[in-house]
Design a protein around this ligand. Structure first.
Ligand SMILES: *[C@@H]1O[C@H](CO)[C@@H](O)[C@H](O)[C@H]1NC(C)=O
Ligand SMILES: *[C@@H]1O[C@H](CO)[C@@H](O)[C@H](O)[C@H]1NC(C)=O
Ligand SMILES: *[C@@H]1O[C@H](CO)[C@@H](O)[C@H](O)[C@H]1NC(C)=O
Length: 173
């Protein structure tokens, strides 16, 4: 009887040992995979870091434009958030925040001084994600918004952004 219990106990022990060793093998595999990824990442990182340097530069350009334009055309952060989240400003009769948009678009090269919009540049400057998905069609959306009738440059810039944001929101949320 005691011999049977011993055998059962041995069986359980062996089972446990084999389980734990397979867990540690699995861990080893994971480590190996990480290393593979690191090597893969490192061999591709020169192209990757060039791309991320360019992206950082564009991001900084946008940030700098936002700071500079806010000096001339004061805008509340809540207005920018509203434009981003709902597609429009809470008060559309106020002209100053619309001129802020014009200023940012011209400073980043999205708009030319004569009110022409560059869809490719728009896609670069306003790259990002919505609803957890990276937006890959901003250029196409921008092209659909670029042909504008407004004669006032501030109105025109605001409505360009409004068109862009509204379309993004419709497609991604
Ligand atoms: C990959 O590069 C990083 C940073 O340069 C370095 O810390 C890491 O050890 C490298 N990994 C491999 C596997 O070469
Ligand atoms: C613009 O400047 C004002 C005053 O400094 C500040 O309250 C506001 O948050 C700034 N707007 C943005 C979008 O940074
Ligand atoms: C604009 O909205 C997107 C999606 O909700 C968000 O990821 C991003 O941080 C917002 N940007 C600003 C400036 O509020």
């Amino acid at each position: 009887m005691s011999r049977i219990i011993f055998l059962v106990a041995l069986g359980v022990l062996t089972f446990l040992l084999s389980q734990s060793s397979s867990v540690s093998i699995a861990n080893g595999d994971m480590k190996t995979k990480n290393t593979d990824m690191e090597i893969y990442y490192n061999t591709t990182s020169s192209a990757g870091s060039l791309a991320s340097t360019v992206m950082k530069k564009i991001e900084e350009e946008l940030e700098q434009a936002m700071i500079n334009c806010n000096e001339t055309y004061r805008i509340e952060m809540s207005y920018i958030e509203a434009l981003n989240e709902s597609g429009s400003f809470p008060d559309e009769t106020d002209k100053t925040p619309k001129c802020y948009v014009r200023c940012v678009l011209e400073s980043t090269g999205v708009a030319s001084e004569d009110g022409k919009y560059d869809p490719a540049k728009t896609a670069e400057v306003f790259a990002g994600e919505r609803g957890g998905r990276p937006m890959d069609d901003i250029q196409e959306i921008a092209a659909g918004c670029a042909d504008r009738q407004e004669t006032c440059k501030c109105e025109r810039a605001y409505n360009y952004m409004k068109c862009l944001m509204e379309t993004e929101i419709r497609r991604y949320q």
